[in-house]
Ligand binder design. Structure first.
Ligand code: NAP
Ligand code: GDD
Length: 319
């Protein structure tokens, strides 16, 4: 019989790709879905997998739902992907963000300790934890100091620390993947890659004329979600629990992304992109470029998608 994996956040971008990856490898996959008033759209990303996954209602804020699932399933591997994952929105709903992204992880760890102490736990940590800190070579890596600049980043740093603490104190197999931005055609519409690509396509078809954005000068290290979910499984199947950066090592500004996308559609982004202060954040992480040498060396992981291929796949999807 295959291994049993429990994925929180299974209905999200990464959850859907990770489910496909684990099913391909012969895993049994279990997941949480939250109650939502519009049930029709809730499982869109995993619609084609519904016959192969065990989905139950659950929430990271409801300890009893975590306890019940762990007691029933006793999973070999737990992938904690559940989060309020939008950085700007974390300024609008800071309490919900901190409850889910920080205290939700505490709920999970406490439940694992009692109900499934042999399960291995993957925590979806984030490059947002670095804030505006970088090393002398302009990169971030596992040892770079972390000074987050958003409620989202602060909550993720709390959960990152809890994972390390429970690993040492209670000998849990608990690991952090410190993932840099990763995108795909399944990325939510209010993240900048999808927002730019989807709206540039609408502009090219004459359906709208303007795209409103915030800060065009911040830089991000963008990879493909499919590559990054492979890394999650490698992290949990390493001989010991540890923390790993997953990134591409290349960085581009939001302005660069606009230029590239609009020019692929034979358009000039300057004719269409307008700045709306509504999308500028109260505080901003201005630069990300990750050094994933440790993951390459220890896990044998490397990305298969180039930036160009990622953009082309997303463009093709929206076209
Ligand atoms: P996503 O598409 O926003 O998915 C988030 C998932 O979490 C959704 O399934 C969501 O369910 C679920 N969720 C939210 N609040 C919950 C709660 N209280 N209880 C249970 N489930 C809850 O995010 P993603 O891009 O797949 O990212 C996956 C994880 O990696 C997140 O933890 C994110 O913070 C982290 N991360 C992402 C990136 C990136 O660039 N994508 C980089 C670093 C780290 P609903 O659909 O019902 O809301
Ligand atoms: N979303 C958004 N919308 N971002 C904009 C816009 C806009 O209209 N205009 C400019 N930006 C800039 C943001 O200010 C930010 O500097 C950059 O585009 C990327 O924004 P997002 O795509 O929202 O991603 P993020 O970097 O804030 O957060 C993502 O990556 C983190 C890892 O570094 C999320 O996936 C997080 O969950 C993840 O942890």
């Amino acid at each position: 019989m295959g291994k049993k994996a429990f994925i929180t956040g299974i209905t999200g971008q990464d959850g859907s790709y990770l489910t496909e990856h684990l099913l391909d490898l012969g895993y049994e996959v279990y997941g949480f879905a939250r109650r939502n008033s519009v049930t029709e759209h809730q499982q869109t990303r995993i619609e084609n997998l519904m016959n192969n996954v065990d989905l139950t209602y659950g929430d990271m804020l409801d300890q009893s739902s975590i306890d019940k699932l762990l007691k029933r399933v006793n999973p070999d591997e737990i992938y904690n992907l559940a989060a309020q994952s939008h950085v700007r929105i974390s300024f609008d709903v800071p309490q919900f963000t901190v409850q889910t992204n920080a205290l939700g992880v505490l709920n999970l760890l406490e439940s694992v300790k009692i109900n499934a102490p042999n399960a291995k736990i993957y925590q979806a940590s984030s490059s947002e934890m670095f804030g505006n800190s970088r090393d002398a070579d302009n990169m971030q890596r596992e040892t770079t100091p972390m000074h987050p600049v958003s409620p989202y980043g602060c909550a993720k740093l709390f959960s990152y620390s809890l994972i390390r603490n429970y690993r040492k104190a209670f000998k849990l197999f608990a690991s952090n993947g410190i993932l840099f931005n990763h995108e795909s055609p399944r990325r939510g519409a209010n993240f900048v890659t999808t927002k730019i690509i989807k709206n540039a396509v609408l502009i090219s078809k004459g359906k709208i004329n303007t795209l409103e954005l915030g800060n065009l000068d911040s830089k991000r290290d963008w990879g493909h979600s499919k590559d990054y979910v492979r890394a999650m499984r490698l992290i949990l199947n390493h001989t010991e629990p540890d923390d790993f950066v997953i990134s591409t090592g290349e960085t581009k500004s939001i302005r660069d992304l606009c230029k590239i996308v609009f020019s692929k559609l034979n358009l000039n982004y300057e004719d269409h992109v307008k700045i709306n202060p509504k999308y500028v954040r109260p505080d901003e992480l201005s630069y990300l470029c990750g050094d994933c040498s440790k993951s390459k060396k220890i896990l044998g992981w490397k990305p298969k998608y180039s930036f160009e291929e990622l953009v082309d796949e997303m463009l093709e999807y929206f076209l």
